[in-house]
Design a protein around this ligand. Structure first.
Ligand SMILES: [Zn+2]
Length: 342
């Protein structure tokens, strides 16, 4: 999510059929089906459908040392968010990736309830958020090694989050802005990227990385690759504001360019960001809204934004520009499944 939110820059086929070398005469060709880990369990990747790769149900911005589950009433959150999710369903959306990490209000049980009540495929995550001057990084992350942090995240992937049995479908981290002339992330942010690389190598989970600007985003991609992790498992969030040059470099490095700020600026302003990507690197593009959420601590959850800016705003405008249904399908269905399938 953008933080502070008001400043947001206004801030194949996924079936992934793997054919094993087998003697054709004796064995049938074996196909390995790719799957996606939702809060209700694994689903075949091709069932994910039209999916939103970066949204939020709930956020609690009070800080890592003060946030706790008692700060929100899950029933009230469900009542506030469910109608918005049902609107999404009416518009053909099937998959919803909840990008709220631990220490900012991650609540797997709440997501599970919403998944059960709406039928949407909802994903939650493991990992720590290093944006916002590291306000949401827990103390132990400063003291522990990247390897130990990765172990914690892998543990959640293997056994579920806390005592919920609910497993993360991806890793969420964040890195703060760095000066354009400085190639280095802060020590703690670099540690989070290294931990994500270790965990991704082990689990094949994708990593969604909040980025404070293009320089930080591209530095995170380079560090991830230097750690011998697969760039196709790395999603550069908030790429809308990074400029064409950085977006192309990220795509050419093999990572995902996530233009997830749809609705935070006008659809017209999004065209010069999204069209060049569709033209040159459509197979690396993700579209989402970074929208929602119930604000923990605010009466009735505060001002909750809906999730319709993509289907009501940008997509119709892209169609007017001559972008075909097949191209839209590739980005919203194929790419999202590919980005999160294991
Ligand atoms: Zn976000």
């Amino acid at each position: 999510m953008p933080y502070p939110p008001s400043r947001r820059e206004l801030i194949h086929k996924v079936l992934g059929i793997a054919c094993f070398a087998v003697p054709a005469t004796t064995k049938a060709i074996e196909a390995k089906k790719m799957t996606i880990q939702t809060v209700l369990g694994r689903i075949p990747a091709e069932e994910f459908g039209f999916a939103l790769p970066h949204e939020h149900v709930l956020c609690d911005f009070i800080g890592a040392d003060k946030t706790r589950r008692e700060r929100w009433n899950a029933e009230e959150v469900v009542a506030a968010i469910k109608p918005n999710l049902l609107q999404l369903k009416e518009r053909g959306v099937k998959g919803f990736v909840d990008c709220t990490p631990a220490y900012i209000g991650r609540d797997p049980r709440l997501l599970k309830k919403l998944a059960q009540e709406t039928g949407l495929h909802i994903l939650t995550n493991t990992g720590y958020y290093g944006g916002a001057n590291d306000k949401f990084v827990p103390k132990h992350a400063y003291e522990e090694t990247a390897e130990r942090l990765a172990e914690r995240w892998i543990e959640e992937w293997e056994h579920g989050i806390e005592d919920t049995g609910i497993k993360p479908g991806f890793i969420k981290i964040g890195v703060d802005e760095i000066p354009a002339d400085s190639p280095a992330l802060s020590e703690i942010d670099a540690k989070l990227v290294r931990a994500a690389a270790i965990a991704s190598r082990k689990t094949n989970l994708s990593v969604t990385c909040h980025t404070g600007g293009g320089a930080a985003g591209y530095a995170a991609v380079r560090l991830f690759i230097a750690q011998k992790a697969n760039p196709a498992r790395f999603i550069v969030a908030h790429s809308d504001g990074h400029g064409r040059e950085v977006n192309f470099k990220v795509a050419e490095a093999g990572a995902w360019v996530s233009c997830d700020g749809v609705g935070w600026r006008s659809s017209e302003e999004h065209l010069p960001i999204v069209l060049p990507m569709l033209e040159k690197h459509a197979e690396r593009l993700l579209l989402s809204m970074d929208s929602g959420w119930y604000w923990a601590g605010e009466p009735k959850g505060g001002k909750i934004r809906n999730y319709n800016y993509l289907t009501e705003g940008l997509l119709p405008l892209l169609r007017k520009q001559g972008i075909t249904e097949a191209q839209i399908h590739d980005v919203t269905v194929k790419n999202t499944a590919k980005a999160f399938a294991q």
